[in-house]
Write a protein that binds this ligand. Structure first.
Ligand SMILES: CC(C)(COP(=O)(O)OP(=O)(O)OC[C@H]1O[C@@H](n2cnc3c(N)ncnc32)[C@H](O)[C@@H]1OP(=O)(O)O)[C@@H](O)C(=O)NCCC(=O)NCCS
Length: 207
């Protein structure tokens, strides 16, 4: 039986982000540039997820399970539930004005009480090489820190994935260390870099 002094309602440390901020709001569309935006996933984007789960680089680094078009629609519905359950905020990286999706960026493993979350992203080949992963990571970080109120954002990637390391550096996520044998990929266990930014860290120069 819980004693009154250990009851969560008497905790001396309040939640970093009070519950309800995502649950009671609609997921916003966030502008990246005149050409690109982050918008909520739509059922009509299902084929983009099917393609992502067949792209060799995304399969290798992000390890998604293969999905059928129906499975992809279920996944998109799941991400919308995760927003309202305050567990994750996942956007499509897309052309401006509701254009076609070319990738995914967002935060999962969200802990509103503790004030932290972890980044995830991938781009189909058509979206790569245009700085979209950096701009999406910075834009979502600004939203997560300034609008949602999170304190710490983590980003981890295999040490064998220099493109992802560069995205982290350019988005202002400092390297904090290497986690040994941290994630199992198709070719075995990989060491992972742990990067993070905390509220108050500088924002990268938009150029
Ligand atoms: C990683 C990924 C998201 C990068 O997105 P992107 O928008 O294409 O990134 P860019 O092409 O703008 O490159 C970002 C930086 O990485 C560098 N880079 C790209 N490929 C690289 C490579 N193979 N080796 C070293 N650096 C690389 C670019 O030169 C750029 O740095 P710069 O701005 O200093 O020149 C994208 O390549 C991708 O989805 N890859 C497959 C899946 C994946 O790796 N997911 C991440 C899992 S953690």
């Amino acid at each position: 039986m819980t004693s009154p002094s250990s009851s969560p309602t008497t905790s001396p440390i309040p939640p970093v982000v009070p519950a309800g901020r995502l649950r009671d709001s609609e997921q916003p569309t966030l502008t990246l540039s005149t050409d690109a935006e982050l918008r909520p996933w739509r059922p009509a984007d299902a084929q983009v997820l099917v393609a992502a789960c067949q792209d060799p680089d995304i399969v290798h680094w992000n390890r998604p399970a293969r999905v059928s078009p129906n499975g992809a629609r279920d996944k998109i519905a799941h991400w919308h539930r995760r927003w309202h359950d305050e567990q994750a905020a996942i956007w499509a990286v897309a052309g401006a004005g509701g254009g076609a999706a070319v990738g995914l960026a967002g935060i999962g493993d969200m802990d509103l009480r503790g004030g932290s979350a972890e980044f995830l992203y991938w781009l189909l080949p058509a979206g790569r090489g245009r700085g979209l992963a950096v701009s999406a990571t910075v834009r979502i970080s600004r939203w997560a820190v300034h609008e949602l109120g999170l304190h710490r954002l983590r980003l981890s990637h295999s040490v064998a994935n220099p493109a992802s390391c560069r995205v982290a550096e350019r988005a202002g996520f400092r390297l904090e260390g290497t986690m040994r044998s941290a994630l199992l990929h198709a070719d075995g266990w990989h060491d992972e870099h742990l990067h993070a930014r905390i509220a108050g860290d500088d924002w990268p120069d938009p150029a």
